[in-house]
Design a protein around this ligand. Structure first.
Ligand code: FAD
Ligand code: EPU
Length: 376
């Protein structure tokens, strides 16, 4: 680690008059700690791609004390809603399914509302609750599947906003020391679909279990409608409020993205690749229609969905999996797929995009257990 993580104990707090912390547990998650595990647990219902896999042990974590009791168990993996995972095989270890509940306004000052939620809260329900409560700021991130605790892991983003822009702090248990630690926004080292958890490999080894997250929602609210599709969706609304923006985001997402309950998927299967200026200029000279987004550092983000569609994969299947007919960036399981089917399609799409455009696509979801070097 290149930067020390500030840690604090029971009474420290960075929100004036706000949080008090106790190793005894999250105040908003009452209940008796339970550590009994399901053995040889079927993980199929725990991943939105519906890939079959088993874990030697699976525990539902509703209380911080359970993490404390189980923190020496190795190997371990921390699971949220399973919406950004590819289960690549069985896991001979302990899966901690984060179910810590609770959400509340912890502080309010002249400038902002501070709202926190337990790691196991459903992200979309949390967003809707903030909006209903009159605290705008997360509306662009409506309808993203998964849990609050996973939001910082890949710094979820959509329609012109990333969670990191609103994040105040992350509270986590250091599973090595048992300490309760916090990360402010800078300590999370957010990037595009990136965070310190991914940079350090903590998203794989479960080193820091996120137990709750606090967001700072500025009172001087500004609508974020720079994203072209969102602006078009709101073209007839003169001054959209946060609720109208959330409705527009939900409508766009429902039109474009498959509902995992009906057609299993993990959202975008690849990152939008970021290339240097020279590569972007070369590609745009040959393909002027290529959707792209210039970055502040001079590089250029390319729309992977466009590349995949042009490579002929939109709506095309390989065995039981395919690239979604309405959004070529989303890999879908048409039924009965296993990890090898996903890998075969992933490699075929990567090969065709590489051969046609000279661009390398990297997968967005986390593969677990990690594939051997070169396999992914
Ligand atoms: P999981 O998939 O369970 O876990 C993801 C990673 O986080 C794993 O490494 C896991 O170990 C780690 N983790 C989870 N919880 C914790 C915790 N409490 N403490 C420590 N580590 C933890 N993502 C976007 O960014 N933008 C989108 O627009 C978007 N749209 C999507 C649309 C669909 C239809 C789907 C299926 C997915 C989409 N995603 C999107 C991806 C996904 O919703 C997010 O990555 C989400 O944050 C994953 O949450 P989860 O609880 O399901 O995490
Ligand atoms: N496009 C195509 N064909 C396709 C899909 C997309 O040509 O089949 C082109 C279109 O030109 C379109 C552009 O790509 O305008 C962008 O498409 P879209 O607005 O659907 O967004 P995206 O770049 O494909 C990203 C995120 C999504 C997020 C949306 C909205 C990544 C990897 N994906 O997708 O996040 O919801 O923007 O902000 O950055 C996820 O991470 O799982 C996810 C769904």
């Amino acid at each position: 680690m290149t930067q020390p993580i500030p840690s604090f104990r029971a009474t420290a707090g960075i929100v004036p008059g706000g949080l008090t912390l106790s190793l005894a547990g999250c105040a908003s998650t009452p209940g008796t700690p339970r550590t009994e595990a399901a053995t040889s647990a079927d993980l199929t219902p725990y991943n939105t791609l519906a890939l079959p896999a088993r874990a030697a042990r699976l525990v539902s974590v509703r209380h911080v004390a359970q993490l404390m009791a189980l923190r020496r168990a190795q190997p371990r993996f921390i699971l949220g809603g399973g919406s950004n995972l590819v289960f690549a095989g069985d896991f001979d270890g302990l899966v901690l399914h984060m179910a810590i509940a609770g959400r509340q306004l912890v502080h309010e000052d002249d400038d902002a509302w501070y709202v926190e939620a337990g790691a196991g809260e459903n992200w979309h329900e949390f967003v809707l609750w903030t909006l209903r409560s009159g605290w705008p700021g997360l509306e662009n991130l409506a309808l993203i599947p998964g849990s609050v605790g996973a939001a910082p892991i890949q710094n979820i983003g959509a329609y012109g906003l990333e969670a990191g822009e609103r994040l105040h702090r992350v509270e986590a248990i250091d599973m090595h020391s048992g300490e309760w630690v916090h990360f402010d926004r800078a300590a999370c080292r957010f990037g595009y679909r990136d965070s310190r958890w991914k940079q350090e490999g903590w998203h794989l080894d479960g080193r820091f279990a996120i137990v709750r997250v606090t967001f700072r929602l500025p009172k001087r609210w500004q609508p974020q409608i720079r994203y072209a599709d969102l602006a078009a969706e709101l073209a007839d609304v003169a001054q959209p409020d946060a609720g109208q923006i959330a409705d527009a985001v939900i409508a766009l997402r429902q039109r474009k993205l498959p509902d995992p309950a009906r057609l299993p998927n993990a959202g975008s299967f690849f990152h939008n690749p970021v290339v240097d200026a020279a590569a972007a200029t070369r590609l745009l000279a040959s393909y002027p229609a290529l959707a792209h987004y210039p970055q502040p550092d001079g590089r250029c983000k390319l729309a992977a969905g466009w590349l995949i569609e042009q490579a002929g994969w939109k709506g095309r299947r390989l065995g039981p999996v395919g690239m979604y007919e309405k959004q070529a960036l989303v890999l879908v399981n048409h039924g009965g797929a296993c990890a090898n089917d996903v890998l075969a399609l992933m490699h075929a799409v990567q090969r065709d995009v590489r051969e046609r455009f000279g661009v390398e696509l990297t997968p967005e979801p986390t593969f677990f257990p990690l594939l051997p070097e070169g396999a992914g």
